[in-house]
Design a protein around this ligand. Structure first.
Ligand code: AMP
Ligand code: MG
Length: 506
């Protein structure tokens, strides 16, 4: 047991009483050292537990000690803070920083890697699913380059809230297990900011960029071993590298259609932020749209709009092509694979479109939309863009507009007539549907983590008030149900509240 920290005696007493058990079962750490650097997280000054996702912890088999009462609770909080700040490396953890590369905004960066993250290890949870437990903001590693290896409170809480909201929306994503304040300042453009560490849970942290680095370096043996590992871990039914490529394509096309369906913009779809498991990963300058417009961009670093809302399906294909290129390098006979890889990648747009159609069909009440329904959907969206309609509220208002009250739907549009003239065709189409209101209520969330709310939550947390964070988490855990006391969280930003740009998670 390695113990670091403030050295204060009362605190040391907690440490010796450590009772929390994490059932680590590590496979990545058993791979050869070319894939990572083994390193413990860098301890922080004064860890303080800000949030712990007990339900997720239970799913992972993380068992708290048996003692009860206030003193035991306090000891448990302190213990969670120690572990998830990186000050105490729990038994069974074999900490490491993973190596990867990636295309950033289209340019290949030959080496990235976990510059501010440490994989504590893997657990096989109650559902039998193997998952990574990773600390983000855990100090410098050999891959940090110029960075400090740290994160500040804002992006940590943003990722916590948004990733958990994504999960509750039913969209594949990494999860948030804990957020711990470090008691240290982190220096950013804005000045000194409170530091924090996020504990993230993922099916794995294998990225397109993990394959790219070994392909680019011509390290075929490593590439093949990685391919084998990814297949075993994620797609045991997949047949070889092309089977893997097909499986990743299917998951990614589904994922991107799911993002589109809730107005989500990832913001940095670099290949190092594109997961092999098909989970949403690396929440940086991501955002949910308020007013619908297809070319919406929030990320302050995305000056060309490469990762704009409506570009996401195309970028998914671009990223898959990079994975294909890497996987081909692992073959004895690359030329023989090119044709099959090309066919797999070329099929992606149609798959994303099919997933999009299914989801957007449901959003307007059509249980099984066909291509013939496409014009009805795109017509509405063009009217929404022209009418500056709120994405989330417009779709949700359709639930009521179908047979009773269209006032709320109309009110979303600058010109309410734009809605009425569309709704005539829409109601005619819905006559063929059994229960369109139910289909829409399950496809159109009431609540999304709106940007201005996230910003306000961060501002409060920096000032020491975690109540807005807790409230957002609670409401967003049930996003499809109207909650009587959360009307304000449905409201789009007032003019002065609009957040025009979001910043990277560094
Ligand atoms: P991301 O923006 O999280 O996708 O990170 C891109 C790359 O930059 C990854 O290799 C990160 O590990 C690295 N990175 C980001 N922020 C920091 C930081 N504060 N210190 C060190 N490395 C960082
Ligand atoms: Mg990243």
């Amino acid at each position: 047991m390695r113990i670091c920290g403030s050295g204060n005696l009362a605190f040391a007493a907690y440490v010796w009483a450590m009772t929390l058990h994490i059932p680590f079962d590590n496979t990545y750490a058993a791979l050869p050292p070319v894939f990572y650097t083994k390193q413990a997280p860098v301890p922080v000054k004064a860890p303080e537990l800000l949030a712990y996702n007990a339900a997720l912890g239970a799913e992972l088999g993380i068992v708290p000690g048996e003692a009860s009462g206030e003193a035991a609770d306090q000891a448990e909080q302190a213990e969670l803070a120690e572990i998830f700040a990186g000050n105490h490396v729990p038994e069974g953890s074999d900490p490491l920083a993973q190596l990867y590369a990636g295309h950033q905004f289209g340019n290949y960066n030959p080496q990235l890697g976990d510059g501010r993250a440490i994989l504590l290890g893997e657990v096989v949870g109650t559902g039998g699913q193997r998952r990574d437990i990773q600390l983000k903001g855990s100090g410098r590693t050999p891959y940090s380059r110029g960075g400090d290896g740290r994160a500040w409170l804002g992006p940590v809480l943003r990722e916590y809230v948004v990733s958990e909201a994504m999960h509750s929306l039913g969209i594949s994503t990494t999860r948030a297990l804990a957020a711990v304040a470090t008691g240290e300042l982190v220096w950013r453009e804005q000045g000194g900011l409170p530091g924090a560490v996020l504990t993230r849970v993922a099916s794995s942290h294998l990225r397109v960029g993990t394959f790219q680095i070994f392909a680019a370096r011509g390290e075929q043996a490593a590439l093949r071993q990685l391919t084998e590992y990814a297949i075993q871990r994620h797609y045991p039914e997949a047949d070889g590298p092309m089977g893997l490529l097909r499986a990743v394509r299917d998951r990614q096309s589904e994922l991107i259609a799911a993002w589109m369906s809730v107005g989500f913009i990832h913001g940095v779809m670099n290949t190092d932020n594109s997961s092999i498991s098909g989970e949403t990963i690396d929440y940086g300058p991501c955002a949910f749209m308020d007013v619908y417009h297809p070319s919406t961009v929030f990320s302050s670093i995305d000056r060309m709009g490469r990762y704009a809302y409506s570009n996401q399906p195309d970028i998914g294909v671009w990223n898959l092509a990079q994975l294909a290129t890497a996987l081909i390098q692992g073959s004895e006979d690359p030329q023989a694979m090119v044709e099959e890889a090309t066919e797999i990648v070329h099929a992606m747009p149609a798959l994303t479109e099919a997933a999009w159609l299914r989801r957007f069909g449901a959003k307007i009440g059509i249980a099984e939309a066909t291509r013939e329904d496409m014009p009805l959907i795109t017509d509405l969206m063009q009217r929404m863009a022209a009418g500056q309609a709120d994405f989330t509220n417009t779709f949700r208002a359709l639930v009521d507009a179908v047979d009773s009250d269209a006032a709320s739907a109309r009110a979303q549009f600058l010109d309410p007539e734009a809605f009425e003239s569309w709704a005539t065709d829409w109601r005619a189409r819905l006559e063929r549907e059994a229960d369109p209101a139910a289909v829409m209520a399950a496809a159109n969330p009431v609540y999304i983590p709106r940007n201005h709310r996230i910003e306000a939550m961060i501002e409060a947390a920096v000032a020491g008030d975690m109540a807005p964070f807790e409230r957002l988490n609670a409401v967003l855990s049930d996003p499809f149900t109207v909650q009587p006391d959360a009307e304000d969280l449905r409201r789009p930003p007032a003019k002065h509240e609009v957040v025009a740009a979001t910043f990277c998670g560094t």
